[in-house]
Design a protein around this ligand. Structure first.
Ligand code: NDP
Length: 484
């Protein structure tokens, strides 16, 4: 299956052009060339999608878990069957290495459907018995039409992480992928048609955030918005949806700390720290961007970290040898570079990377950057406080557990934290005090889809994953029945 040149919206079970007839350019980050076009949708497309979703809701919400299970499992199976095409499309669209799309993004997208298909069959609600008086049971009913808006860093992975639980719980969805990475959502629409998903149950509207995304958030008929993206966009969404009393799930930015104690398993820590720093060019919300090392280990860590980072191969994302592909867009590359300039101004020493590598042939126009490690920065400086979301990390030593905790907790963010120590008591103590929604001890990015996923402080509101997601996408109603 070759990707289309002109992408379509998916509304009411059909692939349709935008009402305006206008299209946006879609760039291949590995070359900087336009390679396809996506609908520049507006509120008229969203209106059609919402109407289709409303029409589909009565049947889908009453279809029962087994029918929903069967349909979602068919979607998962088709993604699996077309895995190669999906992985290639994801790589061309986002600039990430094919090895990553093929081993992480696409397997996880189909796992999301499989996981929530089975979760729908297991989901149960509570009952509260009042001795001799009454019984209460909690009805959990789907909300209706919900909006799902996702970012570009893990395009299909995060889009399906929202869509799958929303559909499993019996809702109908109007979704918008990032305008920078629309291709696999377009392929997903084809898969849904092939899988026999009833028309209108899932609608995908492509386009710009402030236009198409805004229309989904502001539409009076979307009952809930599940959003993953930047903190500033999240704040704006709250200002629109909050006064309309919509349910909101917000997965926002991060500035995740890694705390490395001197007693850690050095080899395991080094291997995972390389991944947590530079996987997907550091463009994963869970990547650790501030690395704090207990002083006795600092120099050994720094030298080995720099050596391994310099050995990473920045190459065309379709090349099998590529460890780091291209950043997602020219604008994002320039934003990351502006933080490198800021780090220098703030007194940081760039120990390696931070420059554009010389590329050959069509790759000369791509958005490549060598991964960078910076030391010598104060914890309060902007480089250490603001999200960069690129292949850039800072390192600094610490002396005591208290200092490590203060450094880790010293930002407005609180998504994830990683800590490395062989001392189980310390690991427990520190994990308890870290201000983060997710703490990894002696590992990184080990994911069980049943666990609550989300951040504290400016990293978000609410949790995704497992029953948390099914609860978000349903409204609890208490039914009280008096005895006798
Ligand atoms: P953005 O906030 O720019 O965009 C996210 C999505 O929202 C895109 O689909 C975007 O569309 C859309 N959007 C933009 N403006 C509006 C609006 N006014 N109304 C409705 N929708 C809108 O984030 P990025 O795409 O740049 O993604 C990177 C960010 O996502 C980082 O901050 C990262 O930390 C965060 N993130 C958080 C995760 C978590 O789980 N906490 C996971 C992954 C990423 P368009 O693309 O067209 O602008």
């Amino acid at each position: 299956m070759e990707p289309d040149k002109y992408l379509s919206n998916y509304i009411d079970g059909a692939l349709v052009p935008p009402v305006s007839g206008a299209y946006l350019d879609n760039y291949d980050p590995s070359t900087g060339q336009v390679y396809s076009h996506l609908p520049d949708s507006d509120e008229r497309d969203v209106q059609r999608a919402v109407e289709a979703a409303e029409r589909a809701f009565p049947l889908w919400s009453k279809a029962g878990p087994e029918q929903r299970f069967n349909t979602l499992m068919r979607i998962a199976a088709l993604i699996e069957q077309q895995r190669e095409a999906f992985a290639r499309a994801e790589t061309i669209d986002s600039g990430k290495p094919l090895s990553l799309s093929d081993s992480v993004d696409i397997p996880r997208a189909q796992a999301n459907f499989r996981f929530f298909a089975t979760a729908a069959m297991q989901f149960a609600s509570e009952a509260h018995h009042m001795e001799g008086t009454a019984a209460n049971f909690t009805l959990r009913q789907p909300l209706g039409v919900v909006g799902c808006i996702s970012p570009w860093n893990l395009p299909l992975y995060l889009f399906t992480w929202k869509i799958a639980p929303a559909l499993a719980a019996g809702n109908c969805v109007v979704g918008k992928p990032s305008e920078l990475t629309p291709m696999t959502a377009h392929l997903l629409a084809r898969v849904c048609m092939e899988a026999g998903l009833p028309p209108g149950v899932l609608n995908i509207v492509h386009g710009l955030g402030p236009k198409a995304g805004q229309a989904i958030v502001a539409h009076p008929k979307t009952k809930a918005i599940s959003f993953t993206g930047g903190t500033a966009t999240g704040r704006h969404i709250v200002s629109v949806a909050g006064p309309m009393f919509k349910k909101l799930s917000l997965e926002l930015g991060g500035k995740n700390p890694n705390l490395i104690f001197a007693d850690c398993n050095f080899e395991a820590m080094m291997a995972d720290t390389m991944r947590s720093s530079f996987s997907n060019n550091g463009q994963i919300c869970l990547c650790g961007s501030r690395i704090y090392i207990e002083r006795p280990l600092y120099e050994k860590f720094r030298d080995e970290f720099v050596r391994r980072t310099e050995a990473l191969r920045v190459d065309a994302p379709l090349s099998p040898d590529s460890s780091l592909g291209a950043l997602v867009s020219r604008q994002h590359l320039e934003k990351v570079e502006s933080y490198l300039a800021l780090a220098r101004e703030e007194g940081g020493r760039i120990l390696c990377g931070g420059t554009r590598p010389p590329m050959e042939g069509p790759q000369r126009g791509g958005y490549y950057l060598r991964p960078a490690i910076i030391e010598g920065l104060a914890p309060t400086c902007r480089t250490n406080q603001e999200e960069i979301f690129g292949p850039v990390v800072t390192i600094a030593p610490f002396d005591t557990e208290e200092e490590a905790l203060a450094l880790a907790n010293g930002t407005t963010y609180g998504l994830a934290a990683t800590l490395w120590s062989q001392d189980i008591s310390r690991a427990n103590r520190v994990a308890e005090q870290l201000q983060a929604g997710i703490v990894w001890v002696n590992c990184w990015m080990v994911r069980d889809l049943r666990t609550p996923f989300g951040g504290v402080k400016h990293s978000g509101v609410g949790r995704e994953g497992g029953n948390e997601a099914l609860r978000f996408f349903t409204e609890p109603k208490n039914v009280c029945i008096k005895y006798g």
